[in-house]
Ligand binder design. Structure first.
Ligand code: AMP
Length: 199
């Protein structure tokens, strides 16, 4: 079975939701760069302060910062147990660096799943998204609402909407995806690793 997996696709294509379920049910490791960057930002570190404005604007965090955060993950990651990378890599430079990191460890990426999805569908999904600030559980106001509106089923805590989940920021993130991340589709197709899913 293929265990080192990249989940590729625009924000809101469902890759994070599926990965979280697979982690919950099978214990596969779900590695979300967005989650790690937000944690770094919340820690108040110097690095976190530098990346705040990119997160808030829905823009890509510069490669140099993302690679620093992801290298820290890689150093402690049990690669033989596999991973589902969600949100990383997002640029060609990141993809090439990841390949360089994994090569000497003889643990190359094995498969890249492309979550193919239209912008109109994404807009509906993202603007209804809510999550629990404590456990990270994700909800959707229309398609998977909590039992009590605005409250986490597990923790009872008030749900939050990410500041970058507005319609304007969603449109911008989709454009950034088309421009900067879509080239990865050809990059991995050329490596013979791409599988396209109708998301
Ligand atoms: P996500 O949770 O994957 O949608 O990521 C949330 C935000 O984190 C993005 O809008 C970017 O600002 C930042 N981010 C996450 N992963 C990356 C990455 N690989 N490269 C650059 N920025 C990223």
């Amino acid at each position: 079975m293929k265990r080192r997996i990249i989940l590729l696709g625009p924000p809101g294509s469902g890759k994070g939701t599926v990965a979280a379920r697979l982690q919950h049910e099978f214990g596969w490791s779900h590695v979300s760069s967005g989650h790690m960057l937000r944690r770094e930002e919340e820690s108040g570190s110097a690095l976190g302060k530098r990346l705040r404005r990119f997160l808030e604007a829905g823009e890509l965090v510069p490669d140099e910062i993302v690679l620093q955060v992801m290298e820290t993950w890689l150093k402690g990651a049990p690669l033989e147990r596999g991973f589902m990378l969600d949100g990383f890599p997002r640029t060609l430079a990141q993809a090439r660096t990841l390949d360089e990191w994994l090569l000497p460890k003889k643990s190359p990426v094995e498969v890249v799943l492309l979550y193919d999805c239209d912008f109109a569908v994404i807009l509906g999904r993202i603007t209804g998204r809510q999550s629990c600030p404590a456990c990270g559980r994700a909800y959707h106001a229309r398609t998977s609402p909590p039992k009590v509106a605005g409250q986490c089923d597990d923790c009872g805590i008030a749900l939050v909407q990410r500041s970058d989940d507005s319609a304007a920021v969603t449109r911008k993130r989709f454009e950034i995806y088309s421009r900067q991340t879509e080239p990865l589709v050809d990059y991995y197709r050329c490596q013979g690793k791409l599988t396209v899913l109708d998301a």
